[in-house]
Write a protein that binds this ligand. Structure first.
Ligand code: C2E
Ligand code: MG
Ligand code: MG
Ligand code: MG
Length: 279
């Protein structure tokens, strides 16, 4: 095939492939040193109670700045960290940072904030994860109910017993479980029933359309009603405009997260942010 398309097409193709592989290789190499070189920082995006417009907690979102590669987005490096297994130590770092920040945040504002941390499939295979989490909760004097793990449907499709074990362990400890990016991938209502989820996060691709087209509006409306009937708290992701916010309020959505209220912020900024809010 390549021969028929001619020499130039062929070499362009190989060049593109080489570039992709080279980029991946560089990320892998740099990522393996990033923890010890202190190149990570955890940012926090506030979650807002729609009814009284107050901050109830935050989601921890990892940021990576590398001297060679510059800022690399989580969408690019998390899958690579996942593939290489580096997500295991990196994920522990996120849990540790997030809980230590939560401890400080709660102390300063005397509020019962929650903290959500994203977990990807590979982290569930680490048998030591849950004891690490328990230890970290103890160290920071945080109740398990203030911690929330966000997972996507992909994890549940795996069907492995260690996933079930880990989810049961999470439930037993009293840590909250959240279904992230709901509506993308292979959404199954069955999963929501089978596992003990507490929170459902509607993916931002649906929120984007709610003020623009009836299909997305109807979908979001039905999702909220369905989630409530299953006793789940509903979070809308990626709320960017006042119109979206008002509409979600009307639909009875519990919590929102998005640039309309705040982008993910460095720890120090979030501490200041709330002070400014409550004054
Ligand atoms: P996610 O968990 O669904 O996180 C929400 C993403 O939406 C974040 O992207 C956030 O910055 C972005 N976002 C929030 N509000 C808005 C908005 O109003 N508009 C738009 N356009 N975007 C908004 P981010 O931080 O780039 O993270 C991307 C994904 O990477 C996350 O999706 C999550 O799946 C993964 N990720 C991030 N941090 C971690 C981590 O510590 N561990 C693991 N396992 N995955 C992580
Ligand atoms: Mg998330
Ligand atoms: Mg999400
Ligand atoms: Mg996502």
């Amino acid at each position: 095939q390549a021969k028929l398309l001619g020499r130039n097409t062929y070499s362009l193709f190989t060049k593109a492939m080489n570039d992709t592989m080279l980029r991946r290789f560089e990320i892998e190499e740099q990522l393996s040193m990033a923890l010890e070189r202190n190149e990570f920082e955890v940012y926090y995006q506030p979650k807002i109670d729609v009814k009284n417009r107050s901050i109830i907690g935050a989601e921890a979102l990892l940021r990576w700045r590398n001297p060679l590669l510059g800022n690399v987005t989580p969408d690019e490096f998390i899958p690579i960290a996942e593939h290489t297994g580096l997500i295991v130590p990196i994920g522990k770092y996120v849990v540790k940072q997030a809980l230590s920040f939560l401890n400080e945040w709660k102390k300063i504002h005397r509020k019962n904030y929650t903290m959500a941390v994203n977990l990807s499939p590979r982290q569930f295979r680490d048998k030591a994860l849950m004891s690490f989490v328990e230890q970290s909760l103890n160290d920071e004097n945080i109740k398990a109910g203030s911690l929330e793990f966000e997972i996507t449907e992909g994890i549940l499709m795996d069907g492995s017993s260690y996933i079930d074990d880990a989810l049961n362990e999470i439930h037993k400890l009293g840590i909250k479980l959240s279904m992230d990016d709901f509506g993308t991938g292979y959404s199954s209502l069955n999963y929501l029933r089978q596992y003990s989820f507490d929170i459902l996060k509607i993916d931002r691709s649906f929120i984007k359309g709610i003020t623009l087209n009836k299909a997305d509006f109807d979908l979001v409306k039905a999702t909220i009603a369905m989630a409530h009937s299953l006793d789940l708290l509903v979070v809308a992701e990626g709320v960017e405009t006042h119109e979206q916010f008002t509409l979600l309020d009307t639909l009875g959505c519990d919590l929102i997260q998005g640039y309309y209220f705040s982008k993910p912020l460095p720890a120090k900024k979030l501490l200041d942010f709330q002070v400014a809010q409550s004054d």
